[in-house]
Design a protein around this ligand. Structure first.
Ligand code: SF4
Length: 469
């Protein structure tokens, strides 16, 4: 019988079926960061257990790290403690840590792919929801909690249920000014934030086929925002070309045998799916969230929807969103004044994102009332951007150029909104208080749209700005 990539990866990594109905799944790669790991390491110490496969465990620092200075100790004592803890834990347990001194520090979901450790056919886990990003390579990658981080450190296995599989086919060419971020926001808007519960999403179709790896990562990154356990794209030549020559990818004569195995893991024609969704890429416009979850999204030319447009079970959260965001239904979203513009995160902090944003930044200067920051996803992204002169473009337009980290995506560091500020953000979550102020408001959009909003001071259709160039 024809098999999907999910079937094959699951089968390859199954240790045993547990009486609970779950699978004991071997995890090929464990990614670790400073926030969800300290208690797990502490539990290991108490149990006098080693890390079973330190060579399959890789750590970085991203959430708490300040982006305005590299000075140590950090001003925030709690952040400094977390930093010291991960340094000690990696040293004591023999784990590679990509800290700032390594030259490869960055957001965990940016550095895995760029170092070449994220590979097709792997199972990957990390104590972070957006681990789904790594599915862009044809890996089954998912977020886990702190007690599972402990289990994984000690046994390299997890007890987990196999999800069902929904194939999402996106076909056609994306119009100019419409990006991978718009595709995934549209998918979440269409299927809902709970639409993926119990599922893995397999993204396919000619639009995905034509995307770069960075665009595929943006799509897979937000699978979790649609409720899916993970999301993936079948590996193809684009995947192999991206991996060739990466520091930790198979090298030399080992590369072609690896490609042969990676190819064999792709879904076969005729594989069974539990559900299917089709989307026409040509019909998409830039998408923006208006509410308090990523499914509350509309096209840039649309108005805030009326409560009557939603089902009864959505009504409560819609009313909550109107009140929190201070919206009146029927208001056009274009023209909404913004206070802060944030370009970065594991969704959109890669070099292609910064290039697109810089293309827009060249068209004007940031409005005096707007604070605009650009935060590269990693030191490697920063180096590449510097080689291309992008920081100069941003600075000339009035953006601040920062050091790599999660920054204002979740504000566990000094980059925070204050009061009722509205932030145009290229990140992935618009939950209440997500960006550091309990009453701050987030509008999710593509990096090019954030740059356009920074220049105009209001939500703007980036296609109009690019059309004027
Ligand atoms: S950028 Fe945001 S979503 Fe991504 S790992 Fe950091 S905090 Fe999590």
């Amino acid at each position: 019988m024809a098999k999907s990539l999910l079937d094959k990866v699951w089968q390859t990594h199954t240790v045993t079926e547990l009486p609970s109905g779950q699978t004991q799944l071997f995890v090929g790669l464990h990614l670790v960061h400073e926030v969800t790991s300290p208690q797990a390491f502490q539990m290991l110490r108490e149990l006098k257990l080693p890390v079973l496969f330190p060579e399959r465990t890789v750590a970085t620092v991203d959430h708490i790290i300040p982006t305005h200075t590299a000075a140590r100790p950090f001003d925030d004592e709690q952040a400094e403690t977390m930093m010291s803890e991960i340094e000690r834990n990696c040293r004591d347990f023999g784990i590679t840590l990509y800290d700032r001194a390594s030259g490869h520090q960055g957001i965990v979901h940016v550095i895995g792919p760029e170092m070449g450790i994220t590979q097709p056919g792997l199972t990957i886990a990390c104590g972070d929801s957006h681990t789904s990003t790594h599915g862009a390579f044809g890996a089954i990658a998912f977020g886990i909690g702190t007690s599972q981080v402990r289990d994984l450190l000690a046994s390299q296995c997890l007890a987990i249920e196999k999800p069902k599989l929904r194939r999402i086919e996106v076909n056609g060419a994306l119009p100019a000014g419409v990006y991978a971020k718009d595709v995934i926001l549209h998918i979440i808007r269409t299927l809902g934030v709970k639409g993926g519960v119990g599922y893995a999403y397999e993204y396919a179709g000619t639009t995905l086929d034509g995307m770069t790896m960075e665009e595929r990562m943006t799509v897979c990154n937000m699978s979790i925002e649609g409720g899916a356990r993970c999301g993936y794209v079948n590996p193809d030549q684009t995947t192999f070309d991206y991996l060739r020559g990466r520091p930790l990818a198979p090298q030399g004569a080992d590369f072609e045998p690896a490609v042969a195995w990676w190819k064999s893991m792709a879904s076969e024609p005729g594989a069974a799916y539990d559900a299917l969704t089709r989307i026409d890429a040509a019909s998409l416009t830039p998408v923006i969230t208006w509410g308090i979850n990523p499914g509350q999204a509309i096209g840039v030319g649309e108005r805030i929807p009326a409560a009557g447009e939603f089902s009864d079970d959505e009504r409560e959260v819609v009313e909550d969103a109107y009140a929190y965001m201070d919206w009146k239904p029927g208001t056009p979203i274009a023209g909404t004044k913004i206070d802060v513009a944030f370009i970065g995160s594991c969704t959109n902090g890669r070099i292609s994102d910064l290039r697109e944003a810089a293309r827009v930044a060249k068209l004007g200067t940031v409005k005096a009332s707007v604070k605009a920051i650009v935060v590269p996803g990693s030191q490697d992204v920063a180096r590449q951007a510097e080689a291309e002169g992008l920081p100069d473009v941003f600075r000339a337009a009035g953006f601040e150029w920062r050091l790599p980290g999660c920054s204002m995506c979740l504000a566990m560091n000094p980059d925070k909104l204050s009061g009722r500020q509205i932030c145009a953000s290229s990140s992935n979550r618009n939950f209440k208080g997500r960006q550091g102020s309990p009453s701050g408001r987030t509008l999710l959009m593509s990096p090019a749209m954030v740059a356009a909003a920074a220049i105009e001071g209001v939500v703007t259709d980036v296609r109009e700005l690019l059309g004027r160039a």
